[in-house]
Ligand binder design. Structure first.
Ligand SMILES: Cc1ncc(COP(=O)(O)O)c(C=O)c1O
Length: 435
C-alpha cells in the first residue's frame, strides 16, 4: 500500500492547492515529543506545533494515560440535560487558570471556529437581551483571522482568504492593526491612528462586540502589537458598552509566555475563545468563556432568551480528561519556564539573522518568533513558499511560511539545543533566498 498514492486518490486536504504541481504530502507514521517520524523513520522537528496545537509534545505518555482511563470509563454522553466529572473538573480548574474574574462560564464546542461562532452569537444575543437590539455590528482588526465558519469568516474577511464567499458574509467594520516589531520607530503613531478609528466606530452606537487576537495575529503573519495598545482598546470598548471578545485560539495555553495572552494586560475581556492547546493538541475541543455578566443576560424563563446552540460532541469526556491532565502538566513540568528558555533562543537567533540581513521586522513573544524574509511585504501565496517548505523538510524541519513571513513555534518540550540547531539549519536556506 502506498499512502501517498491512496491519499491522492481518496482525500481532500485543508488549505491546500490541489492541482499545483509542487503540492505533496509527507506520510507521517509516528510522533514523540517535538518530533514527527516519516515512513523511513527519519525525524522531523515540528517547529509549527502541528498547526499551533501541540503544547507538551506529541503522544505524551501522561495524556495517553488520561485518555485511555477516561475512554474505558465514560466515552461520550449528551451534554444537554447531563453532566460529568471531567467537564466539571475542567470548569473548576480553568477558573483558577484564567483568573482575573470571580467566575468564567464555560461553553463547549469542537474547534476554534465554532468557539468564535458561539462568542459572536453570545455577544449579539446578550445585547438584545439587555435591550440594545440596535447594537448588531461587530468590529475587528485588519488582517485578523478567526476561523472558517461563516461568522468567523465574516469577522476575519480582511485576511483575504474568503473572497469567493463574500456574498455569504455579514458586514463587519475593521480597523488598522498597529503591528510592531523589535525597535519599530513608528509604533506610537500607528497605535494613535487605530485608536482614533476605534473611537469613531464606537461613537455610532451600533456595535455589539469587538473581536481580536490579543497581542499576536497568527494567520496574517504572526503580527504582534503592544499590551498597552490592547489595554486601550478594551477600555474604550467596555466604556461604550461593547463586549470584548479575545480570540485566544492560538495565543492561549502558553504561546505568548504566559498561560493566556490577556495575562500580559491589566484589562480583562468579556469573552475568551480557546481551542488548539486546550487539549495539548490531542483532541478536538474548544471553549467560549464568558463573564458572569454575559451569562446572566441569558437567565430567563423565556426559552428564546437562552443561548440555543450546541454540538453533538459538546464537552466530550475524553477530550475533557485530556484537557485536565494537560493543565496539570503546566505546573508539574514548569512549562512556563521552558517557554522562557525557548524565548531566549528565539531572541538570540533573530538578532543574529537580522544582523546578517536575513530577517526583517523580527518579533518574538514567548514561544513564538517570526520575521519577514524580504524587506518588502509579500503576498500570502508567493510561489517561493513551496521551495522553502521543501528545503526545510530536506533539513529535517517542519516549517510553513505565511506569505513572506517565516515563523517558528515549537512544542514546549523542544530542548533549547534542538531549537538552536534548527536555526543553524534555517540560516543557509535563508542565505539562498537572498541570493
Ligand atoms: C486565532 C484563531 N482563531 C480561530 C482559528 C480557527 O480554529 P480552528 O482551525 O480550530 O477552527 C484559528 C486557527 O488557526 C486561529 O488561529
Amino acid at each position: 500500500m502506498s499512502l501517498s498514492k491512496d491519499d491522492a486518490r481518496y482525500l481532500w486536504h485543508p488549505f491546500t492547492q490541489h492541482g499545483h504541481p509542487e503540492t505533496a504530502f509527507v506520510p507521517i507514521v509516528s510522533a514523540r515529543g517535538a518530533f514527527l517520524y516519516d515512513e523511513s523513520g527519519s525525524p522531523l522537528l515540528d517547529l509549527i506545533s502541528s498547526w499551533w496545537v501541540t503544547t507538551h509534545g506529541h503522544s505524551h505518555p501522561e495524556l495517553i494515560k488520561a485518555m485511555a482511563i477516561q475512554a474505558a470509563k465514560l466515552d461520550q454522553v449528551i451534554f444537554a440535560g447531563f453532566t460529568h466529572e471531567p467537564a466539571v473538573t475542567l470548569g473548576r480548574t480553568l477558573q483558577q487558570a484564567l483568573g482575573r474574574r470571580d467566575v468564567w462560564k464555560l461553553f463547549f464546542s469542537d474547534n476554534g471556529s465554532t468557539a468564535v461562532e458561539v462568542a459572536l452569537k453570545m455577544a449579539l444575543h446578550a445585547q438584545i437581551n439587555w435591550g440594545y437590539p440596535e447594537k448588531k455590528r461587530f468590529l475587528a482588526f485588519e488582517g485578523g483571522y478567526h476561523g472558517d465558519t461563516v461568522g468567523a469568516m465574516s469577522v476575519g474577511r480582511s485576511s483575504g482568504f474568503f473572497d469567493p464567499y463574500q456574498k455569504l458574509l455579514f458586514p463587519v467594520k475593521t480597523i488598522d492593526y498597529p503591528e510592531t516589531w523589535m525597535n519599530d520607530p513608528d509604533v506610537l503613531h500607528k497605535e494613535e491612528k487605530s485608536l482614533e478609528a476605534l473611537t469613531q466606530h464606537l461613537n455610532r452606537g451600533d456595535i455589539a462586540g469587538m473581536i481580536l487576537e490579543p497581542l499576536i495575529q497568527g494567520a496574517s503573519g504572526m503580527r504582534m502589537c503592544r499590551p498597552t495598545f490592547v489595554n486601550h482598546v478594551v477600555r474604550l470598548c467596555q466604556q461604550a458598552g461593547v463586549l470584548v471578545i479575545f480570540d485566544e485560539v492560538m495565543t492561549g495555553f502558553g504561546r505568548t509566555g504566559r498561560l493566556f495572552a490577556f495575562h500580559h494586560l491589566s484589562e480583562v475581556p468579556d469573552i475568551v475563545c480557546l481551542a488548539k492547546g486546550l487539549t495539548a493538541g490531542m483532541m478536538p475541543m474548544s471553549l467560549t468563556c464568558a463573564s458572569q455578566g454575559v451569562f446572566d443576560a441569558f437567565l430567563s424563563t423565556d426559552f428564546y432568551r437562552s443561548l440555543i446552540h450546541g454540538h453533538s460532541f459538546t464537552a466530550n469526556p475524553i477530550a475533557c480528561a485530556v484537557a485536565n491532565r494537560s493543565l496539570s502538566l503546566f505546573a508539574e513540568d514548569d512549562t512556563l519556564n521552558k517557554i522562557k528558555a525557548l524565548e531566549g533562543v528565539h531572541h538570540n537567533a533573530l538578532h543574529a539573522l537580522q544582523k546578517a540581513g536575513l530577517a526583517h521586522r523580527p518579533r518574538v513573544m514567548g514561544g513564538v518568533a517570526a520575521f519577514d524574509v524580504k524587506h518588502e511585504y509579500m503576498p500570502y501565496n508567493i510561489e517561493k513558499n513551496h521551495w522553502l517548505k521543501s528545503m526545510f523538510l530536506k533539513s529535517g524541519l517542519v516549517l510553513r511560511p505565511l506569505g513572506g513571513t517565516l515563523y517558528v513555534m515549537p512544542p514546549y518540550c523542544t530542548s533549547p539545543e534542538d531549537l538552536e540547531d534548527a536555526y543553524d539549519r534555517i540560516t543557509p536556506i535563508l542565505q539562498q533566498v537572498q541570493a
